[in-house]
Write a protein that binds this ligand. Sequence first.
Ligand SMILES: Nc1ncnc2c1ncn2[C@@H]1O[C@H](COP(=O)(O)OP(=O)(O)OP(=O)(O)O)[C@@H](O)[C@H]1O
Ligand SMILES: [Mg+2]
Length: 480
Amino acid sequence: MLRATGLTRRYGGVTALSEVDIVLAPGEVHAVVGENGAGKSTLVKILSGVLRPDAGALSLNGAPVTFSSAGDAVGRGVSLVAQELAVFPDLTVVENLFPLDAPRRGPLLSFRRMAARAAPVLAELGLDVPLDARAGSLSLADQQLLEIGRALLRDPAVLILDEPTSALPSEAVDRLMVVLRKLVSRGVAVLYVSHFIEEVLRIAGRVTVLRDGRAVLAGVDTASVDLDGVVTAMLGDRKLTSYERRPVDPDRPPAVVVDDLAVAVAPGEIVGLAGLQGAGHLTVLAMLSGRARGRVNGAAAPRSPRAAVRAGTAFVPSDRKRYGLMLDKPVWQNTSVVAWLALGRGGRWLRRRAHVSAARSLVTRLRISGTPDDLVSSLSGGNQQKVVVAKWLLSDPALLLLDDPTRGVDVGVRAEMHGVIAAMAAEGKPVLLASTDLAELCELCDRVLVFQRGRVVARLTRAELSERALSVAMNAGFTA
Ligand SMILES: Nc1ncnc2c1ncn2[C@@H]1O[C@H](COP(=O)(O)OP(=O)(O)OP(=O)(O)O)[C@@H](O)[C@H]1O
Ligand SMILES: [Mg+2]
């Protein structure tokens, strides 16, 4: 249905994509995987008309084609769900689903007709929000579903998804898989970019692996590869970092107690927070980071994010766009901003050198592409997320709060970040970790607290932890 040959794209001196061929057949999911910065988003932006290639050609249904814009591609049946959320926060849900530039037949649709068209699509995706709600008021996961809904409503012949599930809880991922299977059975061609390699291998018929802009596996049948083979193709000679978690003494007195929610964390302990969307587990992080009122250690919780930072609390948010990055500033200024501005550490004269060198060591460890002097805006999505995490890790916090810290980062860096988090716990820092990635909770946590309706309903010890046990506890009492 869509074929690309010899796609090449440079950014200044960087070759983001180099002579890549890819074929999307009707009725098939084609997975594209690769490390952060490997060129995945560059590839899908070219396929969907967002970006022009420097070299190479596209053909659609056998005929050569040049997309003049993303709108042009949409008009020809190629729709993209981009990695970076692009909802219009001040418009309503329905206005976001039918943007003005979308091709439509006949006169403007009435709200009633739009609502009637949207309802079944949103129901399939499990997006249960009022159609006249402001899109900006939705959770990150719901905004992600809204974008997927917008693409589906265009009835695409080719649907391209760039990390659609990185912000989604597991139950929403399951629903998306059902929706994709239906599309595929109707003959739609799907290209699916993801860092959840097992997840894509399950749904995809073919897989392309990019490394440094080149296709090291090109459209290989997924029946002929396994997870190990794909990871090896992605990483080359590099090995996944391994780390050890020493069990903490369960009787250690807690370092932090959130009184309202009966949550306690001991020094050196990693406590996981799990729950379905809206279950209340994220309130713990909000209270401790000065974003919600409550009682902590028998006193009022920090009054503001600033007060929390001054008290030594680091908060790594899942939404890098909303909190946290100065896109037009270099990496090193972003990574050192907390330690520098908020905590006022070090003498003014020493600062720049010290911070650049501290930034450089984390840039190397987390494999942030480029140098500390590169602008954050020039980094790939996953590399931007690494900068968010790095700046908090560099602040040497007394308490570490993490919300989906590895969202959008590749398997190699995920393991490296886990190693850094485990090392911080080993230094005696208390850590609270919320994650939509249940495997991550199982790998890292000493205990996981499962929430429903604002309360802890289950406490799983390390010995009891499994993805299945977590999923059962999160869903207990609910029927589909
Ligand atoms: N606007 C830009 N200016 C300069 N360089 C860029 C720009 N966009 C991307 N790049 C570079 O191109 C390369 C490929 O980036 P791309 O976004 O395609 O990676 P990706 O595989 O999607 O990574 P991720 O998994 O992190 O999303 C990276 O080296 C990135 O730094
Ligand atoms: Mg990308």
